[in-house]
Design a protein around this ligand. Structure first.
Ligand code: FE
Ligand code: FE
Length: 166
């Protein structure tokens, strides 16, 4: 184990890669539950579509582990556990109410924003460290996370979440 003074950007890169790998594996398990809970068919379809994309994110991360010659391994990410726990609370507390879908959209957007922060950072570091192919993989995923976030914003603005019907 390196002492703290010997830790490099490569170490931080690997650490962050393990963090998002763990997070994506939690997200892919949470999305079916969010899709099931959603009342608006468009929101349900959106979560289901992103579930498939998320499996692709996991595949891309495994490609990055391959590029840097490290085994694909996750590291517990307390941030995503907290974000998903909040989402679960919303599903429980607002079950059967007109505000449920609005809450699900908000929970989904919190997840996407966490991912966007991580992928943006990883893309920048990959470029600095000379992993151009990894940077491209992060960029591809980042665009999908951003598109998902924007689709959720549109659903919220369209009011398909039904929250105004109260
Ligand atoms: Fe993702
Ligand atoms: Fe995502």
């Amino acid at each position: 184990m390196a002492t703290s003074k010997e830790m490099t950007l490569d170490d931080l890169f690997l650490d962050t890669l393990k963090d998002i790998y763990y997070a994506e594996k939690q997200i892919v398990k949470a999305l079916p539950k969010m899709a099931k809970a959603a009342q608006d068919p468009a929101l349900k379809a959106g979560f289901e579509k992103h579930m498939d994309e998320t499996q692709g994110h996991i595949d891309r991360l495994e490609q990055v582990f391959d590029i840097i010659g490290k085994p694909a391994r996750g590291k517990t990410c307390d941030a995503i556990l907290g974000i998903l726990e909040e989402g679960k609370s919303i599903m429980d507390e607002f079950k059967g109410t007109v505000a449920l879908d609005a809450g699900l959209i908000a929970a989904g957007q919190a997840v996407e924003h966490y991912e966007m922060a991580r992928y943006g950072t990883l893309r920048t570091w990959a470029t600095r460290l000379g992993y151009a192919d990894a940077a491209k993989l992060f960029e591809t995923t980042l665009l999908e996370e951003r598109a998902t976030d924007q689709a959720l914003t549109q659903l919220a603005e369209a009011g398909g979440d039904n929250a105004k019907a109260a």
